[in-house]
Each structure stands twice: as structure tokens, then as C-alpha cells.
Write a protein that binds this ligand. Structure first.
Ligand SMILES: Cc1cc2nc3c(=O)[nH]c(=O)nc-3n(C[C@H](O)[C@H](O)[C@H](O)COP(=O)(O)O)c2cc1C
Length: 190
């Protein structure tokens, strides 16, 4: 059902109607590699944009639970219900998320800084001792969060050293807790 849905979105032209064409090869364009500013300064300046913090979960290629912390989440469209986030190409779980047909985005509550760090730490079992339930398409769902959006993958776009994941929201739960904030590399509360 999820596969059919993703195909359905593609045939409806979500990827190219009123959009600039996606160029997979960024070397033909003015790219970051030709910019004359430092990557660190750029990163620091981007950090001035305060965001919430999410944990995105999915089923991996071998049916294992995968999850990672991401603050690149954003709302896109109300009708149809679309959201996005982006994943770094150099992450270990990249192949699993790229192959997944569905994912869940958990907006973390202000008391979940530890969970954010856990899902950003490499080389550990991120789900160890965590209570999870099974969501749509078997995607692991956390039990505590501010809001959770269960999505089918609608499209993936080249985003330089990241890939932008567009999700069609199939279901959501709003627990209404105050959110965790990330600003200039630090966690904050509203
Ligand atoms: C607050 C915060 C936000 C993050 N946001 C993103 C993001 O949007 N996209 C991303 O690819 N990595 C992001 N990361 C880094 C990943 O969580 C981290 O690189 C990833 O979990 C590494 O896992 P790996 O073992 O799969 O490489 C963020 C980390 C933190 C602490």
C-alpha cells in the first residue's frame, strides 16, 4: 500500500510541477566548493536559526530498527500533508533510510535532550532499553514526544552532501508537550 502511494505521488507530478528541475550533478552549477567562505563559519551562521529537535525512525534494510536525531525537519504542505527532513550522505544509517518506504518523525519534548544525544551517537544500540511500539509499515514509534508524524516516502531530492526526504503524512499524534530547542549548537527551552 505504501509503495502504491509513493508511486501515486510521483505520477501526480509532485517532483516537477512548477519546480525547477533537479540537477543531480552539482559540479555543473555554482556550488559550495567554489564559495570563498569557511565551512565552519557557514555552519555557525546556520546555527543562528533556532529549530526543534526530532528523532526519525524507520525499519532498516534487514528489518532492524533505525533512528537518528535530525533538526532539518520542516513542514511543507497542508494539502496534501507533506513534511521534509534531510539526511547526511555520510551517516551510517543513510542506506537504510534511503531504502525505507516509510518513516516516523518524533518532535522531541523539552525533557528529551538525553534522547537526542543518544540518537546522534554512533556505535551504540540506540534503542537499547527503550519502549517502542509498532507503527504503520512496522516503523518503530517512541512513546514520549511532543508530536509524531508517520509518513510514507513521497520523494527524495539531491541536496548536496544531504538528501532531502519528502514524506506524505499518513497519521500523526500530538501529545502537546513543550518542545526541545536547538540553537547555535546548544539545547534550550522555549
Ligand atoms: C541536534 C542535532 C540535529 C541533527 N540534525 C541532523 C540532520 O538534520 N540530518 C543529519 O543527517 N544529521 C543530523 N544530526 C547528526 C545525526 O544525528 C548523526 O550524525 C547521526 O545520528 C550519526 O549516525 P550514524 O551512526 O548513522 O552515522 C543532528 C545531530 C544533532 C545532535
Amino acid at each position: 500500500m505504501l509503495i502504491i502511494f509513493a508511486l501515486d505521488l510521483a505520477t501526480q507530478g509532485y517532483s516537477n510541477h512548477h519546480c525547477r528541475p533537479i540537477q543531480a550533478d552539482a559540479t555543473n552549477k555554482r556550488s559550495m566548493s567554489t564559495s570563498n567562505f569557511s565551512k565552519l563559519d557557514f555552519r555557525n551562521a546556520l546555527g543562528s536559526f533556532a529549530t526543534g529537535v526530532t528523532v526519525v525512525t524507520a525499519l532498516g534494510k534487514n528489518g532492524q530498527k533505525v533512528g537518528m536525531t535530525a533538526n532539518s525537519f520542516n513542514s511543507v504542505s497542508l494539502d496534501p500533508a507533506l513534511v521534509l527532513w534531510s539526511i547526511g550522505r555520510d551517516t551510517n544509517c543513510f542506506d537504510d533510510f534511503i531504502a525505507a518506504e516509510a518513516f516516523a518523525i518524533h518532535i522531541l519534548a523539552e525533557d528529551q535532550q538525553e534522547l537526542s544525544n543518544r540518537f546522534a551517537t554512533t556505535g551504540t544500540d540506540r534503542f537499547a532499553g527503550l519502549e517502542v511500539s509498532e507503527g504503520l509499515a512496522g516503523v518503530p514509534l517512541l512513546t514520549h514526544y511532543s508530536a509524531c508524524f508517520q509518513c510514507a516516502i513521497a520523494n527524495q531530492y539531491d541536496g548536496g552532501d544531504h538528501v532531502i526526504m519528502l514524506g506524505k503524512v499518513l497519521d500523526f499524534t500530538d501529545q502537546g508537550h513543550r518542545p526541545l530547542i536547538f540553537h547555535r549548537g546548544n539545547y534550550e527551552a522555549l
